[in-house]
Design a protein around this ligand. Structure first.
Ligand code: FPP
Length: 258
């Protein structure tokens, strides 16, 4: 089992993002309702949060509801709204005690029940001066929607096209102070980003695991970080410890004898 002993404490990612996928399949495999899977996902989420705190990760962003998830059955959408509300109600005291700063990134929407919106506002306000882990729920979030919203605000603010560069775009994201994720983990064996943090993930290391989200938690997070630490992040440059370039191939020599 992977423990913190396998992790280099000097190279822990500053920001980890998670696509919490596979709750429905987890439930289906057990003959349960999809919503039971989402409920089981709450435990995995909390374990991941506490493991992140223990590792000294500064930012954890989780994909809790996408702008596309409204297309799911009404009963499931309703359940997910209630689950997010209950997560806040049930865990706000402990999260606040652990110095967690809670944030929600995504579109405000009249379809979100006002009770949940109030709970979100209260939790964000209550924890805004906390200095530990910043836990961001990407909720009613879409990466494309974030860029569209930013472009609209740039136009409304009269930003001239000459002044648009990466720094300017960053200023118009939902949370300009949020560093890009170093590591993005997606569970459930799917190899997609599904409209998560389109701009911010440009240079993130991606780790995909077959585990379904309710089976995720402390040990799988440690394992993903060990994988992350084995990667060579180059950001377009060549590796600092790059192996010597291969000897030039003599194209006159037949392939079989090269
Ligand atoms: C993207 O897959 C995944 C998400 C938007 C995560 C959704 C997460 C939940 C509904 C559960 C949240 C759990 C808790 C504990 C709050 P997708 O299915 O939206 O996209 P795809 O169709 O490309 O797979």
């Amino acid at each position: 089992m992977t423990t913190t002993h396998n992790i280099d404490p000097t190279r822990v990612p500053k920001h980890v993002a998670c696509v919490m996928d596979g709750n429905g399949r987890w439930a289906q495999l057990r003959g349960l309702k999809r919503t039971d899977g989402h409920a089981a996902g709450e435990e995995a989420l909390l374990e991941t949060v506490y493991a992140s705190i223990d590792l000294g990760i500064d930012w954890l962003t989780v994909y809790a509801f996408s702008t596309e998830n409204w297309k799911r059955p009404v009963s499931e959408v309703r359940f997910l709204m209630r689950l997010n509300e209950m997560i806040l109600v049930r865990h706000i005291d402990e999260l606040d005690e652990k110095n967690v700063r809670l944030r929600f990134m995504g579109r405000r929407d009249r379809r979100v029940p006002s009770r949940l919106t109030k709970e979100i506002d209260r939790a964000v306000e209550r924890t805004k001066n906390n200095t530990g882990l910043t836990l961001t729920f990407a909720f009613n979030y879409g990466g494309r929607a974030e860029l569209i919203d930013g472009i609209k605000r740039m136009i409304d603010d009269g930003i001239s096209s000459d002044s648009i560069d990466e720094k300017q775009v960053q200023r118009y994201l939902y949370y300009p102070d949020m560093p890009d994720p170093d590591l993005c983990i997606r569970t459930s064996g799917e190899f997609r980003i599904s409209n998560f943090l389109m701009w911010e993930l440009a240079y993130s290391e991606l780790v995909f695991t077959d585990l379904l989200w309710p089976d995720f938690g402390r040990a799988p997070l440690y394992e993903a970080i060990v994988t992350y630490q084995s990667r060579d992040r180059r950001f377009g440059k060549i590796a600092t410890s790059a192996p010597p370039p291969p000897a030039p191939i003599d194209l006159r020599t037949p392939v079989a004898t090269r």
